[in-house]
Design a protein around this ligand. Structure first.
Ligand SMILES: Nc1ncnc2c1ncn2[C@@H]1O[C@H](COP(=O)(O)OP(=O)(O)OP(=O)(O)O)[C@@H](O)[C@H]1O
Ligand SMILES: [Mg+2]
Length: 299
């Protein structure tokens, strides 16, 4: 492959070997994320969306494991050595000469560790669990920034405040000194998005990133992500239950059920002409007011 494809998932199988049975959480999933585009994964609870995302990041814990398939990264290979990036450096995504199969690496591999952050960054579904209760949000943001950006502590502190401000957190200086348990779920979610964006990743994987947010904040975050996409050509893999968000942000949609992809296609085709009965059911379950084919005057 391929023109403009940044990430290609090919026939991925991720299973959990339990004592008495095997859970086939991801059971032959294939799709691609083009450069600078947004792919949304939708599907009911338990359909394998998060396990797909964690498989890409190499974050499957035992007794789970990728048993077959490929996670082909067509972007630039991870920088070798310490490989920190210069602050404010242009992070325009470029395709590498050869694809790297991330599924071959173990979760502790050095290669994958170097990819996480600057190349692929993830907003996890449980924002509270993503922060340690032992350190302030500021300390954790500064550490995340300094892991990948060649920058001193006080500049990283300023950069972190700027990021919190960009994700719509009021009084960011004050919040830097808060602990995660002192923040609301929505604030934690936004702080998590700030961490994920701190080194301008080539690919952002966001697992239900806006569920705890009110509609105004959600709209602000979606705007921010879109503008980053325009600035840096960032690609996004966005997991959401909210078909209103899909209509807002997706270029392509992947519909999952029972660990498999039942339908995939451009967002317009999925909304206007869904082929699979399950996709038709999903769309039928959305209250009409939020369907994007409803014009304001109809509402
Ligand atoms: N650590 C684990 N051990 C055993 N089974 C697991 C584990 N993690 C996930 N699963 C199973 O894998 C399947 C897919 O889970 P996954 O978390 O990917 O669903 P999801 O589509 O993200 O659902 P939701 O919309 O609720 O977040 C589920 O049946 C789940 O029970
Ligand atoms: Mg999930």
């Amino acid at each position: 492959m391929t023109n403009n494809i940044l990430l290609e998932i090919k026939d991925l199988h991720t299973h959990y070997q339990l004592d008495d049975r095997v859970v086939k959480s991801v059971d032959g999933v294939s799709f691609a994320v083009p450069m600078g585009r947004t792919v949304c994964i939708v599907g009911e609870s338990g359909s394998g969306k998060s396990v797909t995302a964690r498989s890409i990041m190499g974050l499957i814990d035992k007794p789970g494991r990728i048993v077959a398939g490929n996670v082909l990264w067509h972007g630039r290979p991870p920088a070798s050595g310490k490989g920190k990036i210069a602050p404010g450096s242009s992070r325009e995504t470029v395709l590498g000469e050869q694809a790297i199969d991330l599924a071959r690496f173990g979760s502790t591999s050095e290669q994958l560790r170097r990819m996480r952050g600057p190349e692929i960054s993830m907003v996890f579904q449980e924002p509270m669990a993503s922060f340690s209760p032992m350190y302030t949000i500021g300390d954790q943001l500064v550490e995340a920034i300094r892991l990948h950006v060649e920058i001193g502590k006080s500049d990283a502190w300023k950069m972190a405040i700027g990021l919190l401000d960009r994700v719509g957190i009021k009084r960011p200086e004050e919040r830097m000194r808060s602990y995660s348990f002192q923040l609301s779920g929505g604030m934690c979610q936004r702080a998590m998005i700030a961490v994920a964006l701190c080194c301008s990743p080539a690919l952002l994987i966001a697992d239900e990133p806006t569920t705890a947010l009110d509609v105004t904040t959600q709209a602000r975050i979606l705007d921010l992500l879109r503008s980053l996409q325009q600035e840096n050509g960032m690609s996004m893999l966005f997991i959401t239950h909210d078909l209103g968000v899909v209509a807002e942000i997706a270029d392509e949609v992947v519909v999952m059920r029972y660990g498999k992809v039942v339908e995939t296609g451009p967002v317009d085709a999925i909304f206007h002409d869904p082929k699979h009965p399950y996709t038709q059911q999903l769309l039928a379950a959305v209250p009409k007011m939020t369907r994007f084919d409803v014009q304001p005057e109809d509402a």
